[in-house]
Write a protein that binds this ligand. Structure first.
Ligand code: F6P
Length: 539
């Protein structure tokens, strides 16, 4: 997607960054001690988010050089091309216009000469009509009973964003409605999603951009059979709607146009939450709250398009990701939301980041000559503290972390839990930064043989992101920040963040094996696996 004026590692800024890295960066503890105003100076307000990169291993020189890199590699111009609808998804020859999904109705954004905004708003209106009719009880099923449960079937981008948003905003969900998600090909997932529901009052949303995804279509067939078991085959059809960019395929599957909600081809799955893919979320929280989510994303779109590089939250985070990955050699990053309702954020970001940045070929078709996407992982804090933080503090790899805090929550108005959560976040950030020296440990009376075990090296980077509370707008701001951060890193690396060719080979082989387990030229390991599987199943 880069509007390249040079390639990453041959750029002057890159050469300067390598030299700067080799000169050495003072330890984080010293950077903070020498500059008490560092957090205030480097921290950025993006809408309601406070983003503090002051615990990253960067100096003012690092940041200035990263800004030069962004200039040299035309990051701002690339965002402009993306938002203008240029075909920035070069390997698929299409735009990546997720920003258009949250554009106000009066904006004009053309793709191939056609303004796409009216169609986006028409779909939002249709979604809103359906959501409203379910929420007010006027949408009835084939037997006349009101629809009180919605089960959204989809995987990857057709699942992770909506599931995260529904969970994060579950405090806003209408109490007498059930909204569930099912993604896994394992039938146990669907059984769980349908458990306790009645076909007569359930609507199934089959969410698949391509409408070819085996996991989703298999679940859709099974869900339709479940509906038919209660309602009969003909009446079951009224209880299934589709969300897709391939309406001809959903129609062939038996879902008519009037029950199909379209998303445009040029929206990447992992960027598709603000499209019709968010239908189940809209049902749960209501159309106005869903529009607030979109408005929050829009706010960050405007910020990323206008803020100068070092005051631009998503761009700065993306540049620091490049610094950590390519210059400092950090192979992974942990995402730790100190909020139970954000516990699906790491899974969502795994797809957003790793499907976007896990690329080894540049837009010019050449092998990249630096490391690209990091492994993204994590869990909700404080659970993570009792699982993997040991490695973060004393393991042999340095893992940059995002520590995300929330100030207020209706679940804890007195703040009894919240205050402790934030204390934990602050404590972990400080412990990662400063560690504990041998001398400090020894001075505490630790027996000499235990001193090395109880010493913490410190100098482990983290970024703190503080949210006022989990409103739809704040969630939208957070997710759009991560989207643009991801695109920034891709632009610097000169890779296409919008394709995902790497998932194709496995899909192709799976369908070949499923269709003909005995055929093909399987290797010995596959043959033995299939033989043992058949033996266990007695087939
Ligand atoms: O995992 C590959 C992928 O193509 C993702 O990019 C996408 O979000 C997911 O599968 C689901 O695809 P679809 O929405 O077409 O079913």
């Amino acid at each position: 997607m880069a509007d390249m004026t040079g390639s990453t590692t041959t750029s002057a800024a890159w050469t300067a960054l390598v030299r700067h890295r080799d000169d050495g960066i003072a330890p984080l503890g010293k950077l903070l001690a020498d500059d008490p105003g560092r957090a205030t100076r480097l921290g950025i307000e993006v809408g309601d988010l406070w983003i503090d990169p002051s615990r990253q291993q960067v100096t003012d020189t690092t940041l200035a050089l990263l800004a030069d890199l962004a200039d040299e590699l035309s990051v701002a111009a690339s965002f402009q091309r993306m938002m203008d609808g240029q075909p920035v998804n070069a390997t698929e020859g299409i735009p990546a216009l997720h920003t258009a999904l949250r554009a106000p109705g009066h904006e004009v954004i053309r793709v191939g000469g056609v303004d796409v905004v009216p169609a986006i708003h028409a779909t939002l209106d249709r979604m809103s009509d359906l959501a409203t009719s379910i929420r007010d009880g006027s949408r009835t099923g084939a037997t006349g009973e009101p629809i009180t449960a919605v089960v959204s079937l989809g995987i990857g981008g057709s699942h992770l964003g909506p599931a995260l948003a529904a969970e994060a905003l579950s405090h806003l969900a209408q109490a007498d409605l059930t909204v569930r998600f099912s993604s896994n090909l394992d039938g146990a997932d669907l059984v769980e999603a349908l458990d306790g529901l009645e076909p007569a009052s359930t609507l199934i949303v089959v969410c698949s951009k391509s409408f070819t995804t085996v996991e989703t279509l298999t679940a859709a067939q099974s869900a339709r059979a479940w509906l038919a078991g209660g309602l009969g085959v003909d009446r079951a059809a009224e209880h299934v709607v589709a969300v897709t960019a391939s309406p001809e395929r959903s129609e062939a599957f038996g879902i008519p146009a009037e029950l199909t909600f379209e998303l445009p081809q040029w929206v990447g799955g992992r960027f598709s939450l603000p499209s019709a893919v968010g239908l189940a979320v809209m049902v749960a929280i209501g159309p106005p709250a869903f529009m607030e989510l979109l408005a929050g994303m829009r706010l960050v779109d405007e910020h990323v398009a206008t803020a100068p590089t070092l005051r631009n939250g998503p761009v700065l985070l993306g540049l620091i990701d490049v610094w950590n990955r390519s210059l400092l050699g950090r192979t992974s990053m942990a995402v730790v939301p100190y909020a139970h309702r954000l516990k699906l954020l790491p899974a969502y970001l795994q797809q957003l980041s790793m499907e976007s940045l896990g690329k080894g070929t540049t837009l010019d078709g050449l092998a990249v000559d630096t490391s690209t996407g990091a492994v993204v992982w994590g869990s909700a804090g404080t659970d993570g503290q009792h699982a993997f933080f040991q490695l973060l503090h004393q393991g042999t790899d340095v893992v940059p972390c995002d520590l995300i805090g929330v100030a207020r929550t209706a679940a804890d108005p007195r703040g009894a839990h919240q205050n402790l959560l934030l204390a934990n976040l602050a404590a972990q950030a400080a412990a990662l930064t400063h560690g504990r020296t041998r001398a400090e440990v020894a001075a505490g009376g630790t027996p000499p043989d235990l001193v090395p075990h109880r010493t913490f090296a410190g100098n482990r980077p983290s970024t703190t992101i503080l949210l006022p509370e989990l409103t739809p707008s704040v969630l939208g701001q957070l997710l759009a920040t991560y989207e643009h951060r991801t695109v920034t890193a891709a632009t610097v690396w000169g890779i296409d963040p919008f394709d995902q060719w790497g998932v194709e080979l496995g899909k192709e082989l799976a369908s070949r094996i499923a269709a003909d387990p005995d055929g093909g030229d399987h290797d010995g390991s596959t043959i033995e696996l299939l033989r043992r599987y058949r033996e266990l199943r007695g087939t």
